[in-house]
Write a protein that binds this ligand. Structure first.
Ligand code: DGY
Length: 325
């Protein structure tokens, strides 16, 4: 009997890997050597019934054409799906699964960490210690910004935005405020006592701005020089969503003109960022390598859901976590 093929583009956490390897009713094609190069993806995809991909693979019309008519389901090991051409999937009636909810806590935790690290100059402090620049304690040395009484602006109060706001709220004290724009989860907004404002107002009023929205045509390069120009001078800007939401050359320009207080980025354009990139020269910029969901618990849960999605699709069953196209 010919078994349906599933292409898995990466090695997943051990428990998840076992789950897919133990499935007896499929043939697994497993790319094991890091991120799959495009030419290998195109070589391995013909005839598959399911693809389990990562956010590093572009799933576009070319991949779908080469895959051919057997393809029933694409499952991504991510909540973001800007790497997948959903219109093409819809046209071809291919199911799509993704992994929302299960990474909300880990990503919100990391967003809060970047806010705190940026506001208290964590990277500069660590560098000073390591570079022998730690002199005797000084009342004016390495002063950061305190979150008490500040206004936090969340761009995209969806699952991750709301969970981030919940984590930051206790730092703001009784006189702090949470404002938000776009993608609102109304119940979360009420629980948080958060106020909806227009984007123009959020960028002017917020002391801390967290970018938590998804990348799409409306949000691509939403943060450009004109936006940076009107932000508060000491603003703390954190992006844990997707790099291209920020116009990165404009960010470099704004930083070199001293327009921003401190920046924390878990996502950049491109990824990985060249170690010589100008962004890394600014001491008030902390860049980490897309670690939002990077805990073993979360990656295992994401992986299990992604496996269930792809297996269900191939078996002709409803996906446990579909995106309706
Ligand atoms: C996602 O899932 O989209 C995150 O960016 C990576 O975990």
């Amino acid at each position: 009997m010919v078994l349906p093929k599933i292409l898995l583009t990466r090695t997943m956490p051990p428990e998840t890997q076992k789950l897919i390897e133990n499935a007896q009713d499929i043939e697994l094609i497993h790319w094991k050597d890091g991120a799959i190069p495009r030419d290998q993806l195109l070589k391995l995809v013909p005839g598959v019934s399911g693809i389990l991909c990562m956010l590093t693979e572009k799933i576009d019309s070319e991949v779908l054409d080469v895959a051919g008519p057997n393809l029933k389901v694409v499952s991504t090991f991510s909540v973001g799906y800007d790497h997948v051409d959903l219109n093409e999937l819809r046209k071809r009636k291919i199911l799509f699964g993704y992994t929302p909810n299960v990474l909300t806590d880990a990503t919100a935790e990391l967003t809060a960490l970047l806010v705190l690290a940026a506001s208290r100059r964590m990277r500069e402090g660590i560098c000073a210690v390591e570079n022998g620049e730690w002199n005797k304690w000084g009342p004016l040395w390495m002063l950061g910004t305190q979150l008490t009484n500040k206004t936090v602006g969340i761009v995209g109060l969806g699952r991750i935005g709301a969970a981030t706001a919940h984590r930051l709220k206790p730092f703001l004290g009784a006189n702090g405020k949470i404002i938000y724009t776009a993608n609102s989860d109304k119940q979360a907004a009420t629980e948080l006592g958060a106020t909806r404002v227009k984007f123009d107002m959020l960028i002017r009023e917020a002391d801390v701005i967290c970018i938590c929205c998804s990348l799409n045509n409306q949000t691509r390069e939403m943060f450009d020089y004109d936006v940076f120009k009107v932000m508060k001078k000491n603003v703390i800007l954190v992006n844990t969503a997707r790099g291209p939401i920020i116009q990165q050359d404009d960010l470099v320009r704004a930083l070199s003109e001293g327009l921003l207080g401190s920046v924390g980025l878990d996502v950049t354009t491109p990824e990985p960022l060249d170690p010589d990139h100008p962004l890394l020269k600014f001491s008030n910029v902390t860049v980490i390598p897309h670690l939002g969901s990077a805990t073993l618990e979360t990656r295992t849960t994401m992986g299990n859901l992604a496996v269930e999605n792809v297996l269900s699709g191939v078996r002709g069953q409803p996906l446990p976590s579909p995106l309706e196209l």
